[in-house]
Design a protein around this ligand. Structure first.
Ligand SMILES: C[S@@+](CC[C@H](N)C(=O)[O-])C[C@H]1O[C@@H](n2cnc3c(N)ncnc32)[C@H](O)[C@@H]1O
Length: 321
């Protein structure tokens, strides 16, 4: 959704942008092009392999100081901005999150995200963190597993899958993706055109391993702080109303983004029965996408993984200029 990202982010020469999910660097490269000759991007990824690849691919921008790379989690956004000194206290004009995992991660069986290729049951976006999907699959109780599949995968067979896993792991630990996918899919007809029967359970494990929903919830208020120029070391000299653009790939993430933007776009959060406002809440955002923006047919045809993408954008209502 490159065109849509650029249309909402509106990168301009001299602007400062944060790509909180650098991935293969495709969005960052396009933002750097649009904010030339002197705009800058702070590119963050929790996966050090992704950073190393982009460091090579976009080496000229790293060398001329227009691309700053940071290994970290976007849930620590304010701290990363502070530590890198990004913006020299001038405020930030845009923040992008393109959530989930990249094709580099998905296509590498050693990372353990794919049910279609055999690999170790890993699924960590940040391989320096200790907990793997195999730890969860072999260590969580049947009830905990069922909760994970139900809550993070909206999987209607959550209990059945958890029971099968527990029965199987009593014989031997489950350490590879292919046997797990086979176990989950056993006896479930895979209808033509429908998603693979293991899709939801794999999604759920990935979300649980990487604590994806909590990290997103933690990041959102920090994004607004950074755009408003409220982080430490930032004197908020920005003249622009900064924008955030977030692409979600499943309804759980999209709901978090939608509800956060709606809430922060309201001046008062009091229950409707109260005659006067007692909360004093002031809108921090203007919602730019009442409905999520979805990819066009052409993009879905060339990249079927884009089919579930939903983009939402918002602009801050105030800055410190
Ligand atoms: C969909 S890809 C981004 C693709 C990128 N926009 C591009 O143009 O190539 C998502 C990337 O975000 C990273 N990621 C996911 N969650 C993260 C988090 N909480 N903090 C930092 N990076 C994260 C993943 O490691 C992955 O590289």
């Amino acid at each position: 959704m490159l065109d849509e990202v650029l249309a909402y982010l509106q990168p301009k020469p001299g602007g400062l942008y944060i790509d909180g999910t650098l991935g293969g660097g495709g969005h960052t490269a396009a933002i750097l092009e649009r904010c030339a000759p002197d705009g800058k991007v702070l590119g963050i990824d929790t996966d050090s392999q992704a950073l190393a690849r982009v460091g090579e691919r976009l080496a000229e921008f790293v060398a001329n100081g227009r691309l700053i790379l940071a290994h970290g989690n976007f849930s620590d956004l304010a701290q990363i901005v502070e530590q890198t000194g990004f913006g020299d206290g001038k405020g930030v004009q845009g923040v992008l999150l393109d959530l989930g995992f990249s094709s580099d991660q998905m296509d590498n069986p050693d990372r353990g995200f794919a049910f279609s290729a055999d690999g170790p049951l890993d699924m960590r976006l940040n391989q320096e963190l200790p907990l793997t999907a195999a730890d969860l699959v072999n260590g969580a109780s049947e009830q905990e597993l069922a909760d994970i599949f139900w809550r993070y995968g909206e999987e209607s067979r959550a209990r059945q899958i958890a029971r099968r896993i527990v029965r199987e792991r009593e014989k031997a630990p489950i350490t590879r993706t292919a046997p797990l996918a086979a176990l989950i899919a056993a006896g479930v007809p895979h209808k033509h055109g429908a998603i693979h029967p293991a899709t939801r359970a794999f999604q759920a494990l990935r979300i649980a391993v990487n604590r994806e929903l909590e990290r997103l919830e933690t990041a959102l208020p920090q994004i607004v702080d950074v755009l408003e120029g409220k982080t430490k070391g930032d004197e908020g000299e920005s003249k622009e109303k900064g924008r955030m653009v977030i692409i979600a790939f499943h309804s759980l993430e999209d709901r978090i983004v939608k509800e956060y933007i709606r809430r922060e776009a309201k001046d008062c959060l009091c229950p409707p029965r109260l005659p006067v406002c007692v909360c004093g809440h002031k809108a921090r955002l203007r919602n730019l996408t009442n409905k999520p923006v979805t990819p066009g047919e052409q993009e879905i045809a060339s990249n079927p993984r884009a089919r579930s993408a939903k983009l939402r954008a918002a602009e801050i209502t105030q800055n410190n200029s």
